[in-house]
Structures are given as C-alpha cells and as structure tokens.
Write a new protein. Structure first.
Length: 339
C-alpha cells in the first residue's frame, strides 16, 4: 500500500484503474453491468491506494446507507443461523453491511419502536418470523422480505417452502408404515407456518380415511421444551391411547422429543416413531437417525437477500412468493407396524 500524503478520493481510484468515476462507483456499490476484468482492476486500485469510501458522504448523495437489517426470532435455532449465513454472503457480495438482530421477547410496540430507531440506519430488512408471529412487519416502511413466512395479502415478498405439503409428507410417511394414531407436537392453529403444518398433518389423516380423533395434538412454541413436554405427556397416556408415531413441528421440538426419549432409555423407531422438519445435527447423528423433511436453509437466506436487493435497486420483482423445493430424507426413526 502506498504511503498517502492526502486522503485518497474516488477520482484517484478511477485514474489508477483507468476507468470512469461512475464505473468505480458501480463496483463499490456492488452494481451489475461491470465486466469481471474491470471490476478486479478497480478493486486492485482500491487496495493499492488504501481507499476507504466515505460512507456518510455516499449516504447523503444516494439516500442509502448500504446496510440491511436481518431479524430472526432467536439465536438458538440452527435454521435461523443458516438463513443469516446465506443472506450475509450475498449481501456482502453486493456491498451491503449486515445488522443481525433477535426479536426474542419483543412486543409489537417494542418492534415498532425499533423500526423507528433503525429506519435511518438500514435501507431494508430481511426477517424470519417467530412462532407465534406477534409482530406486524408492515410497521417497517422500507422494503422488506420474509424468509420462512408467507407474504401479506397486500402484496408482501417472501421466500418459503410449502409448509402444509411438508407436514403432509411427514404424516404420510408414518401412515404408509402402518401408523394409525399420530401425535403432533408444537405450533398453534391458524398462526403462520405452524398453522399450515398442522393443516397438512390433518389433511393427510383425512385422505387416509382417518378422523381427527386419530390425532393427538399438543400445541406449543417452537422450542425444545415443547418437544420435551409433549413427548412426556404422550408417555403419560395409557398405552392404548398413545400415538405410535409423532410429527415434530420443527427442529428444536424434534430435539426436545429425542431428549425425552433418551431420559427414558428409549429410542425413536423402537418404542415410538418420530419424524420432523430440517436436517439438523442431532437428526443426522442420533441412533437411529431421524426421518426429516430437509429444506435448503442457506439457499433460502440467499434467495431472500437477492429479492431484497432487487427491491432496493428499484427493480421489478415479478415473483413475490418464492416457494423452494424440499426433500424427504428417510431414516431409521420410523418403524413399520401392522401387516
């Protein structure tokens, strides 16, 4: 790096790279329509000259901070971390600073206050809704995209999976293996993705010719304690009424279920069958491993970030609701019963 006698300007970078000032600006702001060779020449000039953009000046000229808020329900769920990873990778490639916040414990009023305070710090927001989802993201007046949550009726933007179909496939897997009394642990009816997963489980039962009396539903938030409590309640039931297969509504609940079984010296796929969402570490390395519906978690974060950047650039986003594909991973946690 050259020793500087004065502050290096964007003009100096343009002169060193032998390009127009506008080209340097496009490279620094992560915009398209710059050839890879030219982009590399600009970054080489930036490194050689030690150029540091004046972010305040850029913000005053463009009206943008080049920062994005990523809001997750909590930091305990591997899914949230994967979404942040995918989003952060893409946003950094595009020249954005990423501010990651947890909404855990925030009331709607507190979130509205947060939006007011952060509206001048960030150009847009990527949010993973909680469950139950008590926050009105419409309070954020700048562009925003939901990941793992469906868009609003007034035309919101979202990246998700078909949650109802996912729960249907997991329940169907139990039914195909002879299970006729199903436990469903977690979620709340009619609330965001949890409600859709409950609907999917019930649809699978109906299509199999079973009544809702075949379902033992234990509601609860999407955390380990719900799974632990739910599995404990099931084993406190008379054996004749106890479900033979359980659907865990999310990965943390699945972990709680596994913990409750382990404390009893039991295993999924032996005393009771278990299926759940997301290919988390414990699902992969339990003995036996757990049958799950795998989601492209990192890709969901990246796709959400791409959608948000297009919105921030004023580009048209024709597909407001992106539904990504899932895969059922069959493992040893489902026992075949009956004939």
């Amino acid at each position: 790096m050259e020793k500087q006698q004065k502050d290096v300007t964007i003009k100096d970078v343009a002169r060193r790279a032998d390009v127009a000032i506008s080209t340097v600006s496009r490279v620094l702001n992560g915009l398209d329509k710059v050839r890879p060779q030219t982009r590399e020449r600009v970054w080489e000039a930036v490194r050689e000259l030690g150029y540091v953009p004046n972010s305040l000046a850029v913000s005053m000229v463009t009206g943008q901070t080049k920062a994005v808020m990523v809001v997750v329900p909590d930091f305990t769920n591997d899914f949230n971390g994967a979404v942040v990873q995918g989003a952060e990778e893409y946003l950094k490639e595009q020249g954005y600073t990423v501010l990651v916040l947890s909404a855990k414990g925030l009331s709607e009023e507190a979130f509205e206050s947060l939006c007011r305070r952060c509206s001048k710090l960030a150009d847009g927001m990527l949010a993973v809704p909680g469950s139950p989802d008590l926050i009105d993201y419409g309070k954020w007046t700048k562009p925003f995209v939901l990941v793992d949550g469906y868009g609003r009726e007034d035309g919101g933007f979202s990246v998700e999976i078909d949650n109802e179909e996912g729960a249907y496939l997991l329940t169907e897997e139990l039914l195909k293996n002879g299970h006729r009394r199903i436990g469903l642990i977690g979620g709340f009816p009619g609330v965001s993705l949890g409600g859709r997963r409950i609907d999917g489980c019930k649809r699978a039962l109906r299509e199999a010719g079973l009544s809702e009396n075949s379902l033992v539903f234990i509601p609860g938030s999407h955390f380990e304690e719900t799974g632990y409590r739910g599995m404990t309640e099931l084993f406190n039931m008379p054996e004749s009424l106890r479900p033979t297969g359980v659907v865990a509504i999310n990965n943390l609940i699945c972990i709680g279920c596994i913990k409750a079984l382990a404390e009893r010296g039991m295993k999924a796929g032996r005393e009771i069958s278990l299926v759940g969402f997301d290919d988390h570490l414990l699902a992969r390395y339990s003995d036996p491993a757990v049958t799950v519906l795998s989601r492209p978690t990192i890709a969901m974060g990246r796709e959400g970030a791409k959608m948000l950047v297009r919105l921030l650039r004023g580009e048209a986003v024709e597909e407001r609701r992106v539904v990504m594909e899932t895969k059922l991973l069959r493992r040893g946690s489902v026992k075949t019963i009956g004939g």
